[in-house]
Write a protein that binds this ligand. Structure first.
Ligand SMILES: Cc1cc2nc3c(=O)[nH]c(=O)nc-3n(C[C@H](O)[C@H](O)[C@H](O)COP(=O)(O)OP(=O)(O)OC[C@H]3O[C@@H](n4cnc5c(N)ncnc54)[C@H](O)[C@@H]3O)c2cc1C
Length: 644
């Protein structure tokens, strides 16, 4: 009989904060073999040469990509997005149509039956198809941005590529299984085990929220191999056949938005996986997950860009036509500022994303910081855009498309857009985790030289050595923060009317680096706990990157399309207001009193404030305990029709 080991979600037990940090650190890619615009930006150096001139796709990539987009546009016209909403599932026929298009193989090389699209065109196609219904974006990106194709393409052996990629390119769906009931942002808690046995491994555990989990034929599963005398073990990535004995899809989860998503709770009970299905090697799972996400992360902002474009269109047409108080609502300043925000933000997000994609495609830069910035910024700003659109639409913004249509009105799915956008701030790295991840990279140069000074575990000798090393670095670096092109009136004149904004970016980059340094000097080892400070610093970096992308793109396109300069100019004006506010808040804020208040809230001091309403039932835990062992529920897998 299988040993029943209950996993009770620990509150204070389980890995400590330090252990959790160590696991994340060990998975980090520490080397920088290519230049990074983002890294330099946080060090106070505006390396325009890394992003200017605006990159362009090769003629072959463009021809292939445009041809695919034309076919995808035709398919998207025919998508019945409202049916997906009503039935809360993507209808069977659409899977066939997507497979015929090649949508499941957009990122798979042609040699393995895929479309071999560049990052730029893959993400444009995703945004386009997701405009038919956002659940389709989730389906396709979970399948190939984080699902089996990407890690196999990046890290698989030739044999693994031959074995898996053609199946996936032809339309077999895949899923990525990392999260568990007790593992969200913190992989150190990962409990699914993979015990070596004969010529393979035996997997036991429960995986939560696996997008595509109810329909996938193949999973990438993250599981922990126990350490032995001759193997350190560790978190490992396995490609697993979804039909393997012992796998039960126990539930299809439902959400605020993305109603068509096929998201599952999946149990593994003594599931045998052959050794040849290990990706890269035992203990390399988190490295794979992080490296996969470096470019895989771009698909989420791609859908944010698509969402913003859709919002801009609704905002424009509605606000020009709807008349209240004697004028079109768009002519009232309170609405006009929202329209300007939506337009500027859409241009900025598209510029950031396209730039990141093209940098990823030509492989000249390390884009891990930029991709993380565009995920963070895209998800936050697109949510804000959708929220402003709801406001602009008034009562109709809160009404469903079906209800609008029943009254004979244009069925704009604005409330659905808001619901569907919300998850982007949570999955593939929540905003809070992205702040920490980017901050970690942003202060990397400092930690390289000053790491031992602020490491609470370092010996006195190591600290003394670090002080000496740091003194040398900072003696050279600090003076560079004082002067720069941003103070020279005619600098960056090649940017024409946008030059002033580029000068602002240059000055702000140095100011940001100085602020991060001041924070390190002030808090030292406690810096990593100053999350509000770090979050604001990262947000400033995101705004500066967005401004740079806009200005470089607008300059490149100015001769053929002067509207870019206008949009970039307007966006930069908006961004500068936010940047100034963030700089002020770095040092003038309520963080200390908020920390104190939150602690007392958690202690229950103000519980009386919660009285007077009906509260959540208390007979169930916040996180359900789970047991390793056979499933006690029916499998709820959805079988898609077999294709001839
Ligand atoms: C619709 C949907 C689809 C998903 N698809 C997949 C999938 O395909 N595969 C998969 O593996 N997972 C998937 N997930 C899981 C998703 O990635 C997690 O929800 C996400 O990582 C957050 O984890 P959590 O929900 O457990 O939040 P928790 O980790 O419990 O965090 C709760 C809150 O605390 C914050 N927080 C946590 N740690 C810190 C910290 N150190 N510092 C500051 N703040 C912190 C978080 O940001 C969050 O606000 C999906 C989830 C959803 C809802």
């Amino acid at each position: 009989m299988t040993a029943l080991k209950e996993h009770t979600p620990p509150t204070t037990s389980g890995p400590t904060a330090r252990e959790a940090r160590k696991v994340a650190e060990a998975a980090r890619q520490t080397e920088w073999t290519r230049p990074s615009f983002g890294k330099e930006l946080f060090l106070g150096r505006l390396r325009l040469d890394l992003v200017d001139p605006w990159p362009t796709p090769s003629p072959e990539a463009r021809a292939k990509g445009e041809a695919f987009l034309a076919r995808a546009a035709e398919l998207t016209e025919g998508i019945d997005g409202r049916r997906i909403e009503r039935e809360a599932r993507i209808y069977d026929e659409l899977f066939g149509e997507l497979a015929d298009l090649g949508a499941f193989g957009m990122k798979i090389p042609e040699a393995y039956g895929g479309q071999g699209l560049s990052n730029l065109y893959y993400n444009k196609a995703l945004a386009l198809i997701a405009s038919g219904n956002p659940s389709l974006g989730a389906l396709l990106s979970a399948h190939q941005s984080i699902g089996v194709p990407q890690p196999v393409k990046m890290f698989g052996t030739e044999e693994q590529k031959q074995r898996f990629l053609p199946r996936l390119a032809a339309g077999e769906v895949s899923a990525f299984l990392l999260t568990e009931p007790d593992v969200g942002s913190d992989p150190a808690r990962l409990a699914t085990s993979a015990v070596p046995e004969a010529d393979g491994f035996v997997l036991d555990g429960v995986k939560l929220w696996a997008t595509n989990g109810t329909i996938a034929g193949l999973f990438v599963v993250m599981a922990r191999v126990p350490a032995t005398a001759d193997n350190r073990g560790g978190i490992t990535a396995f490609v697993v056949e979804a039909d393997s004995p012992g796998i039960t899809v126990e539930a299809r989860n439902t959400f605020l938005g993305l109603r068509g998503i096929e998201n599952a709770l999946i149990r593994f009970d003594r599931v045998r996986v052959p050794a040849e299905n290990v990706l890269l090697g035992v203990g390399r799972g988190l490295k794979i997950a992080l490296a996969t996400l470096n470019t895989g992360r771009l698909s989420l902002p791609a859908m944010c860009v698509g969402g913003c474009k859709w919002c801009l269109n609704v905002a424009r047409e509605w606000s020009a036509e709807r008349v209240q108080w004697g004028r079109a609502v768009g002519a009232h300043e309170a609405v006009a500022t929202k329209i300007a925000f939506i337009a500027g933000t859409t241009y900025a997000l598209e510029s950031m994303l396209d730039l990141c994609c093209m940098l990823a495609d030509d492989e000249t830069n390390d884009i891990r910081i930029e991709a993380a910035l565009v995920k963070l910024y895209g998800s936050e700003m697109a949510w804000w855009v959708a929220d402003e659109l709801v406001q602009i639409r008034g009562g109709r913004g809160y009404e469903t498309a079906d209800s609008l249509e029943a009254r004979g009105e244009r069925p704009a799915e604005v409330e659905q857009m808001l619901r569907d956008m919300r998850i982007n701030r949570i999955f593939e790295g929540s905003t809070e985790i992205m702040h920490l991840l980017i901050a970690r990279e942003a202060v990397d140069a400092h930690l390289d030289v000053a790491g031992d000074i602020i490491d609470p575990d370092a010996s006195a000798r190591a600290k003394a050595d670090a002080v000496a090393k740091a003194a040398g670095f900072y003696a050279g670096w600090l003076p560079t923060l004082v002067v720069g092109a941003g103070f020279v009136p005619g600098a960056y004149r090649q940017f024409g009317p946008l030059a002033e904004h580029v000068r602002f970016v240059e000055r702000s980059s140095r100011r940001l680096a100085a602020a991060i340094f001041a924070g390190m000097a002030r808090w030292q080892g406690a810096m990593e706990r100053r999350q509000a400070f770090l979050g604001r610093a990262v947000d400033i970096g995101a705004e500066l990157f967005a401004m740079t992308a806009c200005c470089v793109r607008a300059k490149a396109e100015a001769s053929t399309d002067p509207t870019g300069v206008e949009l970039a100019d307007a966006f930069c004006e908006q961004a500068r207001v936010r940047v100034e506010a963030l700089f002020t808040a770095l040092w003038h804020n309520s963080d200390a009193s908020d920390r104190k208040l939150a602690r007392k809230v958690l202690e229950g001091r103000y519980a009386k404030l919660e009285q007077g309403v009906r509260l959540v039932r208390r007979d169930l835990p916040w996180v359900a305990p789970w047991r390793v062992g056979p499933s006690t529920t029916a499998d709820v897998r959805r079988r898609l029709p077999k294709r001839s």
